[in-house]
Design a protein around this ligand. Structure first.
Ligand SMILES: Nc1ncnc2c1ncn2[C@@H]1O[C@H](COP(=O)(O)OP(=O)(O)OP(=O)(O)O)[C@@H](O)[C@H]1O
Ligand SMILES: [Mg+2]
Length: 285
């Protein structure tokens, strides 16, 4: 492969024509969405645009009323959170759902504790926790401290690390930097880049255009429950994204670019070369 050629990425997940209503409220109408291995896709849109509903369809919280989902080229039904977990779709919800009184190790392995005979294998779980945190270049003061004593960024790190137990193919992050300061946000953005380097497909919900432009490869805009544009980050400005989000630029009447039909698991598409991405933000480590 020539140095100038963009990397080829394997498609993991394709959602086509997804619809979901809650009573009279149409939360999603004919939405298309896809994510590749080693790709960060930002999902953006105004309040009520349908972002959380779309990822909850993937997380098995809300079964869709219409449309189809393919995982590794196979049509799948995600009827429950357990189905999502079995497929390899992990979600870090905005509230993180950590147990404040438990330490980092206990939070990571909650529900999947390792046993040594009849007893918890604390040593193995602690060692694996350190290995995972090292792989993520994550900095925590101790893994034996209750998570209530950690900063917001460190808690987000623990929640993301927990989502990686079981080695998911797709990791969904709902507003991971919403409550964080500048330095902590930069740490979480670095962590998202590490997830991409490890080959996970990452879906990032965010209202912060600077974060989106700093870390995403592709941006999917939802407006009033419909697609309103898909952009490669190298081709787009914050102004264009805001126009698509607010409706100053209305793409919803146009046919959206449908992803190629995935008949085979080795379906691949081209993305812009990584070197072509925007420069990193000041403050990134
Ligand atoms: N469980 C539910 N019951 C009824 N209506 C719902 C439910 N969940 C979402 N909705 C409605 O569906 C629409 C889309 O909501 P959703 O939470 O997906 O938006 P969002 O893009 O995540 O917004 P935000 O940025 O505020 O989180 C909204 O009109 C919302 O009120
Ligand atoms: Mg939401």
């Amino acid at each position: 492969m020539k140095a100038s050629q963009p990397p080829r990425r394997t498609r993991v997940l394709t959602m086509t024509g997804i619809g979901k209503h809650f009573g009279a409220v149409k939360a999603l109408t004919d939405v298309d969405f896809w994510v590749n291995e080693g790709e960060v896709v930002a999902l953006v849109g105004d309040n009520g645009a349908g972002k959380s509903t779309l990822v909850k369809v993937l997380a098995g919280v809300h079964p869709p009323d219409a449309g189809s989902i393919e995982f590794d080229g196979e049509v799948v039904e995600i009827g429950s959170p357990a189905d999502a977990q079995d497929l390899g779709i992990a979600t870090v919800f905005q509230d993180l759902a950590l147990c404040d009184n438990l330490d980092v190790v206990a939070n990571l392995w909650l529900g999947r504790e390792m046993l040594d005979g009849r007893f918890l294998d604390e040593v193995e779980m602690e060692q694996r926790t350190w290995t995972l945190l090292r792989e993520l270049s994550a900095r925590l003061p101790s893994v034996r401290t209750p998570v209530s004593t950690l900063s917001g960024g460190q808690r987000q790190t623990v929640a993301i690390a927990r989502s990686l137990i079981g080695d998911p193919r797709v990791v969904i992050l709902d507003e991971p930097t919403a409550a964080l300061g500048v330095a902590q946000s930069a740490e979480v953005l670095n962590l998202i880049e590490t997830l991409r380097e490890r080959g996970h497909g990452v879906i990032l919900i965010s209202h912060n255009m600077a974060d989106v432009l700093a870390v995403a490869d592709r941006v999917v805009v939802l407006r009033l429950g419909r697609n309103n544009g898909v952009y490669n980050v190298v081709d787009v400005t914050s102004e264009t994204l805001i126009a698509a989000i607010t409706g100053a630029m209305d793409h919803s009447h146009l046919p959206q670019t449908r992803p190629p039909v995935t008949k085979t698991p080795d379906n691949v598409i081209d993305l812009p070369a990584k070197g072509a991405r925007r420069p990193r933000r000041k403050g990134d480590a």
